[in-house]
Design a protein around this ligand. Structure first.
Ligand code: HPA
Ligand code: ZN
Length: 334
């Protein structure tokens, strides 16, 4: 069976999406005009939202995508911009029955342009409150350190976010951007401090780089969740440990295909992880750039693996129980 209607009705939790990655080309051009931001004139992809979307369909690697991703977000300036961005995502997610979302953002990409961290956070928080009030959709923010920036500068960004990590406005710490050559252990200073404070920890690992990056994220950084994490079949011992310790892997099928990490979704280790009881969730990563939101990713997995209702129930339950919300909220969702 195809189960696509069941998958749409299924209450879903998203663990891996970057709010800046939900910036649709139409809003990007609207914000660029309003904020008088110059987009590159020497790249014809920026001629129109149609040409930009067409370029998004031809990414060759993570870095090729990141180039466009970091240009796109330079159009975000005011608190209202950040609010509109996040609200548009929550609204779309709600239309696909997302009931809880744990979303990344990249303060370093904004503060280095002169945007104040309070501006970003206040905008996102307004959107979070509206999503809760209007849709009953709960959410948590995860601050990402950008690993193409030096560990020392990342640590400064971490220290800036620390008060809001301690007061719960930001739920956890993540690590993203160019993976190869920037292994997790380099960011140990920030993660060690965060661990001391009992904070929730995740890192992008095993996307483009090999499984040793996943091991480093767990061993050196103390992560209890790994983003992408599709290389685990290359280390059977580590795979057993993920199952035993219930370390959640937040997979992003369409992202992996669009960034040429895999040729097609059937290459993902969905069967291996189900058989070995490695918990995973299915997510959109950067939906405006990769051609689909969470529902399209669920359907892509179903097309590729033809899972049973019981297997989907297990995926949906793991997504809820391994979320970083309160136990009361989990009980409501179960
Ligand atoms: N990988 C690394 N960094 C990112 C990604 C990703 O898939 N999306 C946004 N930043
Ligand atoms: Zn990501």
């Amino acid at each position: 069976g195809k189960l696509h209607n069941l998958l749409l009705d299924l209450p879903k939790v998203e663990h891996h999406m970057h709010l800046e990655g939900s910036l649709e080309p139409d809003l990007l051009f609207e914000l660029a005009a309003r904020n008088k931001i110059d987009l590159p004139k020497d790249d014809e992809a920026f001629a129109s939202s149609e040409s930009l979307l067409a370029r998004y369909g031809r990414f060759t690697s993570l870095d090729d995508f990141l180039h466009y991703y970091f240009i796109g977000m330079t159009t975000l300036v005011t608190g209202e911009d950040f609010e509109s961005l996040a609200y548009a995502y929550f609204k779309k997610a709600h239309s696909q029955n997302v009931v809880h979302a744990e979303v990344f953002f990249d303060p370093q990409a904004h503060t280095t342009r002169g945007v104040k961290s309070e501006t970003i956070l206040e905008g996102f928080q307004k959107a979070q409150r509206r999503a809760k009030d209007e849709f009953g959709l709960t959410s948590e923010l995860i601050v990402c350190l950008l690993r193409h920036i030096s560990p020392a500068d990342c640590h400064q960004a971490y220290l800036e976010a620390l008060p809001d990590l301690k007061n719960g406005k930001i739920r956890g710490l993540g690590l993203s951007s160019t993976e190869k050559g920037n292994p997790p252990h380099l960011y140990k200073e920030s993660y060690e401090d965060a661990k001391k404070h009992g904070l929730r920890l995740t890192a992008h690992a095993g996307e483009e780089a090999d499984v040793s990056y996943m091991k480093s994220a767990v061993d050196d950084l103390g992560c209890t969740r790994i983003d992408h994490g599709i290389k685990l079949r290359d280390d059977p011992e580590l795979l057993k440990r993920f199952a035993r310790e219930k370390i959640l892997i937040s997979m992003c099928p369409m992202s992996n295909v669009e960034l040429r990490v895999i040729k097609s979704i059937p290459e993902l280790p969905v069967r291996e992880y189900l058989n070995a009881k490695v918990p995973f969730s299915i997510n959109s990563d950067d939906p405006a750039y990769f051609g689909g939101y969470i529902q399209e990713n669920y359907c892509g997995v179903q097309e590729a693996f033809n899972l049973t209702v019981e297997e989907w129930a297990e995926i949906a339950m793991n997504a809820i129980t391994l979320s970083w919300c309160s136990e009361e909220r989990k009980d409501e969702m179960l």
